[in-house]
Design a protein around this ligand. Structure first.
Ligand SMILES: C[S@@+](CC[C@H](N)C(=O)[O-])C[C@H]1O[C@@H](n2cnc3c(N)ncnc32)[C@H](O)[C@@H]1O
Length: 340
């Protein structure tokens, strides 16, 4: 069976058993000193710190690096997000949305308090600096979009995923109408967004919604093309999986889809050298870096770039007055560009 290509995750993933077997055999073949040289820290350092944190709660042994990594890998399938990352090396619409879904987070918090939270749900939702930055970024985007929600405007989310970014804003001040448009390459994502919208739309008759299956890398985005259609486009979770060339193509397509004066809100993961290190927990970052490098190999890790590079790419696509809004750890800055 053939699968559509998604930039954000591998479709047609191996089974969990296969992915876990692959991870085990990669760990068996691992040259620990080379891994340490790449990471820039010793595995013994990470294990010593986490022995105190985790040994009493999870079946992990801390005496041998390969054994530790294998046991870590075996914990991944106990978390839904962990399972998806292990198999697909990225996040689809459903997995990404868990990070911003307060009800899901509430369930995990309950399990954390009762001591039943799987290790990787604990690490992904409460510990890893990169994923905590993702959560903070969501709030930064929403504050920026909220301040631009006006009567008779048209806001788009691309890729929309479940479109929680637009669907959970406050529209009670809208007196006439506002249009929300979701575009995603995955028909299942569009269905998920449409379903989530049903609750919101029932409560506010002034919101109009529209859904498109589209490709951000294709000029016009959809057939027929969306040209000068939007006052605002928000985009999370696509450019971090794209090459520089694809980013410029994507930004140019968004630029063409914006009305004059329209705004594009996006973000990018930056390399560790650009972090606000006095605000990042170095132990937590080390474990995150180890999990990414030795167990998951996420697709986004190949495309990290400084915010200034993203600014230059947005400017190349035609955007002006590009602002950079950092998150507190400096990991996932938001960028806002304007179409003149
Ligand atoms: C990481 S998720 C982000 C979803 C949403 N923006 C969010 O924050 O919840 C990535 C999304 O990109 C979509 N996608 C991947 N490649 C795409 C492309 N070329 N054009 C449009 N959407 C794409 C996937 O279907 C998926 O829904």
């Amino acid at each position: 069976m053939s699968h559509p290509e998604f930039a954000s995750h591998r479709a047609g993933q191996p089974s969990v058993d296969r992915a876990l077997a692959d991870a085990r055999s990669r760990i068996d073949r691992l040259d620990v000193p080379s891994l340490e040289a790449e990471l820039g820290f010793r595995l013994a350092e990470v294990m010593a710190f986490y022995e105190g944190e985790l040994a009493h709660r999870f079946p992990l042994s801390f005496a041998n690096a390969r054994r530790f990594l294998t046991q870590l890998a075996e914990q991944l399938p106990l978390s839904e997000v962990g399972t998806f990352l292990l198999c697909a090396q990225g996040c689809d619409w459903r997995t990404t949305d868990y990070f911003f879904d307060e009800a899901y987070r509430g369930t995990l918090t309950g399990r954390l308090q009762s001591g039943t939270l799987p290790l990787f749900d604990y690490l992904f939702f409460f510990v890893f600096p990169g994923l905590r930055a993702t959560y903070e970024r969501f709030g930064i985007f929403q504050a920026q979009i909220q301040s631009r929600t006006r009567d008779e405007t048209c806001l788009a989310s691309l890729p929309c995923g479940r479109m929680r970014d637009l669907l959970t804003l406050d529209y009670t001040h809208i007196r006439r109408t506002i249009r929300l448009v979701g575009i995603d390459k995955d028909p299942a994502a569009v269905d998920g967004a449409r379903e989530m919208a049903q609750g919101v739309l029932k409560e506010n008759g002034r919101i109009r919604s529209e859904w498109h299956i589209g490709d951000a890398l294709r000029p016009g985005l959809t057939e027929p093309a969306l040209v000068k259609a939007f006052d605002l486009v928000t985009s999370n979770g696509l450019n971090i999986y794209l090459t520089d060339e694809q980013c410029v193509m994507f930004y140019a397509n968004v630029f063409a889809a914006l009305k004059p004066g329209g705004v594009f809100i996006t973000s990018h993961l930056v390399p560790p050298a650009y972090y606000q290190w006095d605000r990042v927990n170095r132990h937590h970052w080390q474990l995150q870096a180890l999990v990414w490098k030795a167990l998951i190999n996420p697709l986004w890790e190949s495309f990290l770039k400084p915010a200034e590079t993203v600014r230059a790419q947005l400017e190349r696509a035609g955007f002006v007055e590009v602002q950079i809004l950092p998150d507190s750890q400096g990991i996932f800055p938001t960028l806002i560009g304007k179409a003149p």
